[in-house]
Design a protein around this ligand. Structure first.
Ligand SMILES: [Mg+2]
Length: 379
């Protein structure tokens, strides 16, 4: 069985976040155009890959993502996807390794690695289909309902809105809730809405602070007993800086922006984090995620994958989470899409993977047609 074609499909689906017409909302600005949780976004994108074999079998993947999509799409069409056309599915791990080596000069993270991640996911989907097993089973995971955690968009630091939204997520049944806020008052309001005894609160600040600023904030936040503080320092891969902040007693998470498996390893070696957050569509795909899982076990670091996705990347993370302890929840954006790409996006606090071979991604083709921004076929 050989790869006949790879189609790249960029879609953007409008969403609402359950807010009244928000204050401080204007055009997406340069400084947050690449942050999917920005309060200014009204549409969420997915860069999906549809890999078709010469027998007509279809595997799906997703490459990161959001504001990076034009660059990742170009990387896919101009360089990465052509390397896979005509290759045998049975050799997929070898082909991926050859491609990684051929393209290593483009860096250990960024659009080329994102592109390879997307293809890797699709090839694992196909391999599991050929084996006749759901991907989780093919990977050695355990069938079980997966808990989801609600990853809230930013409400621009408005404590009242944060309180209202955390309460809304609780009413929907979520007991693990993550903010994208940097103001102490907004974070404290969330803790009020979700008391310590009643749920876990995580805070993603998207790498804004110097090490000293982050340390001071960690001191203030320690009484709120966060489950983790995510990416507190700039730059995000400053392992020494993270390790210094971590000594202030607030559990830290990072890893979404690590440069591949070795970037995660550097965080482990420096004792920089309590929770590792590799991102399947950025780090190198499913193969790289499995390597990170093995490394994390060796360093005794908890893994909770990053997953601000709603396409094949989300399902890939869900399958992978069956390999992790039962208390690891899958991140889902706390938004309401104008139309659902597939039914599971009507997020409940639990997700049960379909018992079908492969990834089980069966998108609504009419939704793809309606919200397609750009597509390219490499054959
Ligand atoms: Mg994050």
């Amino acid at each position: 069985m050989k790869i006949r074609s790879i189609e790249v499909i960029r879609i953007g689906i409008p969403f609402t976040a359950g807010t009244a017409e928000r204050k401080n909302v204007g055009q997406v600005q340069d400084d947050d155009a690449f942050n999917a949780a920005s309060p200014r976004h009204r549409r969420m994108e997915s860069l999906m890959l549809k890999v078709t074999t010469d027998t007509g079998r279809v595997g799906w993947g997703e490459a990161f993502g959001h504001g990076s999509n034009p660059a990742t799409l170009t990387a896919l069409t101009a360089m990465v996807a052509p390397l896979f056309i005509g290759t045998a599915l049975a050799d997929h791990l070898h082909t991926l390794e050859v491609a990684r080596r051929a393209l290593h000069g483009f860096g250990s993270t960024g659009p080329v690695v994102y592109a390879l991640s997307g293809i890797d996911i699709a090839l694992w989907d196909l391999a599991a289909q050929v084996a006749g097993q759901p991907l989780y089973q093919f990977l050695g995971g355990t069938a079980r309902p997966l808990e989801l955690y609600a990853s809230l968009v930013s409400y621009g630091g408005d404590p009242e809105e944060v309180y209202r939204q955390v309460s809304r997520a609780r009413v929907q049944g979520f007991r693990k809730i993550k903010l994208h806020e940097t103001r102490f008052e907004a974070i404290a309001a969330a803790r009020e809405a979700l008391p310590i005894a009643e749920g876990q609160l995580m805070v993603d600040v998207n790498c804004p602070w110097t090490v000293d600023e982050a340390a001071r904030m960690a001191d203030r936040l320690s009484k709120l007993q966060l489950t983790w503080l995510e990416e507190p320092v700039w730059p995000p891969d400053d392992a020494h800086g993270l390790a210094a902040v971590r000594r202030h007693g607030v559990p830290l998470s990072a890893g979404e922006n690590a440069a591949g498996v070795n970037g995660l390893r550097a965080l482990f070696e420096q004792n920089a984090i309590d929770v590792a957050q590799p991102s399947v569509a950025k780090v190198g795909g499913i193969g790289a995620m499995l390597e990170v899982f093995r490394l994390a076990r060796r360093y005794d670091v908890k893994v909770v994958p990053h997953c601000f996705y709603f396409g094949p990347g989300l399902l890939a993370v869900a399958h992978l989470c069956t390999l992790l302890p039962a208390d690891v929840a899958v991140e889902v954006p706390f938004i309401e899409f104008e139309q659902l790409l597939f039914p599971a996006l009507d997020f409940k606090p639990q997700l049960l993977l379909d018992d079908v071979p492969g990834l089980g991604f069966r998108p609504d083709e009419t939704v793809i047609e309606r919200y397609c921004m750009e597509r390219a076929l490499i054959a």
